[in-house]
Design a binder for this molecule. Structure first.
Ligand SMILES: *Cc1c(COP(=O)(O)O)cnc(C)c1O
Length: 422
């Protein structure tokens, strides 16, 4: 019965798969948290069988009841979370990691070896840039940064040893969009894999695998966790990549803690749609206010009429019910010369940090609390100033991650701060 019924995403995000093979209990509504590092193997034969089955391409993890061995390899909580996230992203398989960066390292790691090359959009999360420029170069992997909003730049950047194209859309922090289908068209023609960081949009608002992308990564620390209480990451992809990802996780050791996986599974994913719908309403109200505020030079929010890539936004950012989903992130720049804007942005943020209840100065994003930060000196400080300028990260740029507070309070808190820099 239920296996055949088509349930809508909103319901499956709450309940997960009906009667998962990953769990063998009958009476719990919520899965119990597993806190056992090692699992009882019952017999030498079953122990050997567990090792034979792990990361074995011939075994379908969704159908075969897994033999649990050791928490770093796999455990029921992360297995259940993976099942639900694969469903949410419309992928065949998902592998969870300790953090978003561990997931990104694995997604790149399983695609690349010494001598290979990757192309990345020139604006990206600071640690991703650091991973590629400080670490992958040591292992003989070279990279080119290009402006992927211009597909001719992408074509020129791809060489004979290019193995992957990596980008975020919307980009952190500048809220630019990359045309996913445009990139996929070029990548497929050249036989190059595509990897998309879907952290800003989340599977609620964008499912890149359905647009032909090969691999999606998400930081579960952000919207998918939703409350800022736990860290995690996930790679979603075809079944054929799953064994390599499991082996990478086992050997590099970036496994997600079952306690974190449990929280994300029980609180984060089931409330994703509810939170994002509310956060979007708040973001639209705040973006509209900022757009009309004296002293603000530009506001980048995909839900505004003034948003430069409006048509692409409406095509790509579509929620699980088919509605336009512009998200909860806003990027805005203060007016004045670069020095003036920089100085004002720091004074603005310092005032908010000291006086605002509803806006908190902190990095991270996607929480039920509204967070503000200064990308040029904080999240994106790993990018040297010339890279920041190239990627459109302005010295007077401010990033807001909207929560679920009353938007009028957020606006009043921001207005008070504006009055001190006017
Ligand atoms: C935060 C973030 C990451 C890294 O995630 P962690 O869980 O902090 O490791 C990667 N990409 C984007 C776009 C992010 O915002």
């Amino acid at each position: 019965m239920s296996e055949q019924r088509h349930y809508r995403d909103r319901s499956v995000l709450i309940h997960g798969k009906f009667r998962s093979e990953k769990w063998d209990f009958a009476d719990h509504i919520l899965p119990p948290i597993t806190t056992s590092v090692a699992f009882r193997l019952e017999s030498a034969e079953r122990g050997a069988e567990g090792f034979r089955q792990f990361a074995n391409p011939a075994i379908d993890r969704d159908k075969a009841h897994p033999i649990q061995i050791y928490e770093r390899l796999d455990d029921p909580n992360q297995g259940l979370l993976e099942e639900t996230l694969a469903y949410a992203e419309k992928g065949e398989a998902a592998v969870c990691f300790a953090t978003g960066m561990a997931a990104i390292s694995a997604a790149l790691g399983v695609h690349l070896r010494s001598g290979d090359h990757i192309v990345l959009h020139h604006t990206m999360y600071g640690c991703t840039y650091s991973l590629v420029s400080n670490w992958l170069t040591r292992f003989g992997v070279s990279h080119t940064l290009a402006d992927l909003t211009d597909l001719s730049q992408l074509e020129r950047a791809i060489g004979t040893n290019t193995k992957a194209i990596y980008f975020e859309t919307p980009t952190n922090p500048t809220m630019e969009l990359i045309d996913i289908e445009g990139v996929v068209g070029i990548a497929k023609a050249k036989g190059v894999s595509t990897i998309v960081d879907n952290t800003f949009a989340t599977p609620f608002a964008q499912r890149p695998l359905t647009m032909g992308v090969d691999v999606v990564v998400n930081s579960l620390t952000k919207h998918l966790g939703g409350f800022g209480a736990d860290m995690g990451g996930v790679v979603v992809c075809k079944k054929s990549l799953e064994p390599d990802l499991l082996m990478f996780r086992k050997d590099f050791g970036g496994s997600i803690s079952p306690k974190a996986a449990w929280q994300i599974l029980v609180f984060g994913v089931p409330t994703l749609a509810l939170r994002l719908e509310k956060q979007q309403q708040v973001a639209l109200a705040v973006a509209s206010y900022l757009e009309g505020r004296k002293g603000v030079a530009t506001v980048k929010y995909p839900g505004l009429e003034s948003y430069p890539q409006k048509d692409l936004a409406r095509k790509q950012l579509v929620d699980i019910d088919g509605r336009f989903a512009p998200g909860s992130m806003i990027y805005f720049e203060l007016s004045g010369s670069l020095e003036e804007a920089y100085d004002k942005s720091l004074r603005f943020i310092d005032y908010v940090a000291a006086n605002a209840l509803t806006v908190t100065l902190a990095v991270s994003l996607g929480q039920i609390r509204t967070l503000i930060e200064h990308p040029a000196s904080m999240t994106h400080s790993a990018l040297p100033p010339e890279r920041q300028a190239e990627g459109g990260i302005h010295p007077g740029g401010i990033r807001l991650s909207l929560g679920i507070e009353d938007p009028l309070d957020i606006i009043e808190d921001l207005e008070e701060a504006f009055c001190t820099i006017d």
